[in-house]
Design a protein around this ligand. Structure first.
Ligand code: NAD
Length: 277
């Protein structure tokens, strides 16, 4: 039977023998986000879960948005509370307007304002042939990954002020394309452009907008969407997939005072895959 330590995801394992690491045992927080309030979409699992735990270790309270897995959400809440911070759970479909409104109302009521918005929820349905991509899949992927991101961000802005941060998860596939994730990688390209466009639009308000473009990272999304993961992450210069614990510190940087003169940028965390963007 598998054993799990506190930094490993309990509920889902991407591959036998390789457990996702949420946070390094030796990661020391230094109050970079002390008393900040953050919304993290997709915060129950994978990269979002790691971001939630890192933010908490840096002193932030978090509200995590997730679609269905109560077990993962409860596990994340426990990990956040273990860091001495609060965790609000918001369960629902972010592509639905009513749920978006509910999230904003709850945060407004509990916190009154918002310092950090992490737009990280995403879905993908690999298809080797474009003929097999249905209209339903295209709409679902775009609605979840980018359309809801734009409208949710727009509505969250009422809670944000000078110094607030917006961080969006895009992907290496936005830059190099993906022959089997055509619709998904297109949404990720749109996210990169959204980051650059919104950043210039609200730079004058000193609300900074940046992105993170992960390469292959061991998360539940990977195992759930690919039949064969034996070669996952082997085609970059470091010849391995990354861990959520290797991605989340970039979100800490972009959420903290350390990145106060950076906006409209994307940090690439992909094992050395040069994508020139
Ligand atoms: P994950 O499956 O662990 O997390 C995805 C999260 O999105 C889940 O928490 C789920 O609840 C949430 N979600 C999905 N649809 C939703 C909806 N309609 N409403 C609310 N929440 C919804 O996967 P992950 O790998 O951690 O992915 C996080 C982000 O990172 C995604 O945007 C993904 O595209 C991106 N990404 C992942 C990789 C990778 O290799 N894992 C690489 C590049 C980019």
């Amino acid at each position: 039977m598998k054993t799990h330590n506190k930094s490993q995801s309990k509920s889902k394992v991407p591959e036998e023998g390789i457990l996702p690491e949420i946070i390094r045992e030796n990661y020391r927080g230094s109050e970079k986000l002390l008393d900040k309030k953050a919304i993290i979409s997709g915060g129950d699992s994978g990269i979002g879960q790691a971001v939630a735990v890192h933010f908490a270790r840096e002193g932030a309270d978090v509200a995590i948005i997730y679609k269905e897995s109560d077990d993962d959400a409860e596990e994340t809440k426990k990990l956040v509370e273990k860091e001495g911070r609060k965790c609000i759970l918001l369960k629902g479909d972010l592509s639905k307007k009513d749920f978006q409104k509910k999230c904003i109302q709850k945060v407004k009521k509990d916190w009154g304002s918002l310092d950090i918005l992490v737009n990280n929820a995403g879905i993908q349905f690999p298809k080797d042939d474009i003929e097999n991509i249905t209209d339903v899949q295209i709409y679902q992927t775009f609605n979840t990954n980018i359309i809801s991101m734009i409208s949710f961000t727009r509505d969250c802005l009422q809670l944000m002020k000078s110094g607030s941060r917006i961080i969006c998860t895009t992907s290496v596939t936005a830059y190099r394309g993906s022959d089997h994730l055509i619709d998904y990688s297109s949404t990720k390209g749109a996210i990169a452009t959204f980051v650059r466009s919104l950043a210039t639009n609200i730079a004058g308000k000193n609300i900074l907008v940046n992105g993170v473009a992960p390469g292959p990272i061991w998360t539940p999304l990977v195992k759930e969407t690919f039949d064969d993961v034996s070669d996952f992450g082997k085609d970059n210069p470091m010849k391995r997939a990354g861990q959520p614990s290797e991605v989340a510190p970039a979100y800490v940087f972009l959420a903290s005072q350390d990145s106060s003169f950076i906006t409209g940028e994307i940090i690439h965390i992909n094992g050395g895959d040069y994508v020139g963007g």
